[in-house]
Design a protein around this ligand. Sequence first.
Ligand code: PLP
Length: 438
Amino acid sequence: SILNTKAALDLSTSDQLFTRAQHHIPGGVNSPVRAFRAVGGHPVFMQSAKGAWLTDVDGNKYLDFINSWGPMILGHAPDIVVDAVRKAAGDSLSFGAPTRREVEMAELIKKMVPSIEKVRLVNSGTEATMSAIRVARGYTGRDKIIKFEGCYHGHGDSFLIAAGSGALTLGAPDSPGVTQGVALDTLTAPYNDLEATERLILANEGQVAALILEPVVGNMGLVAPAEGYLQGLRELCTQHGIVLIFDEVMTGFRLARGGAQELFGVTPDMTTLGKIIGGGMPVGAYGGRQDIMDQVAPAGKVYQAGTLSGNPIATAAGIAQLTYLQEHPELYTELDRITARLADGTRQICADLGLNYTVNRVGSMFSVFFTDQPVRNLDEAKTSDTEAFGRYFRAMLNRGIYLAPALYEALFISTSMTDELVDQYLTACRESMIEAHG
Ligand code: PLP
């Protein structure tokens, strides 16, 4: 566990693979943020990982601050999860018929997540959010939804809507291929602004089926809800008959066993889950109040299905990881402590260098915004210096620290992070901040 001290990494095998990949895969990657376009250079191709450490195809080692964008809360390849997957694999990879593990998984999720009375398993966070708004629309008989600027809910058409034109303005497609018709049904408001949201609801009285948000945002960098904000949204939704959906794909099982809703004591009507719930396998879930979830086929008329949903390998991994979290509540206290050391240490280094950058943290998620402004919404996040971040990212990578290759992302810490590794990170951080601003 010694960080790189070489002048430059040998990334020749990664570069060769990326050249090949670009001939066959759009942009050379299967998900856009992996392409390093925001930071310059080519992506690193990974070979294996254990605990806190990644090894790339050229044999370089990195201390991992992405953890697969959240799922690997116990670090990479924890024995309990890998053993469960091995055991399940021998019994067939898929049946397309019900299994015992699906029942156990549902019971476990209900036990852990306060808002969930019934739950349906799907294969990704995107499927979870797409399905949840369909159910909310079916339940309320209304068409519109409200989302917040800078929140990401997967790549469903309804969610790829920018909000540049302000809270009361109708949405416009953010991505080519999203129809104007779909865009018109997505209303947007700035995050952390209750009044703007109330105005939007009043201007569309009786038409809003659901209000969906990340209760703690990870997708514009890490942004925490202001005091009373989640409670205020809860009250507005109750008052206007709107289904409140917490998208806890990132925060679920991470900020507490029961996610942000447990941490902040606010219970939504529905919750969407992903990432940690699959232990690294492709899984998502949506659930909530029984009267709402009973709208889902075959109990009700809102259709939603999946050939591989509740897959035996995915549920084996999920049950193993969730059971461990359920039985070890003390690990959340430790994650909080170690991530505070990372965030506070980074803030101090920036202060020492006269940069005064904003470091936001909630639990085991944090972000360094390259700005001295407070960051409470997307507009404030955008005051960050992206060029300086790119230089910092490359300096850190060269020192064996694997950060998210984009400024507007959260970093995810696992239980494999130790005090010794925090010290190594802080050394690299100081050197890289100096290099990036030198
Ligand atoms: N919702 C949130 C809050 C997310 O962060 C993500 C992905 O990062 C999604 C939904 C989409 O999940 P997936 O990438 O599994 O489709």
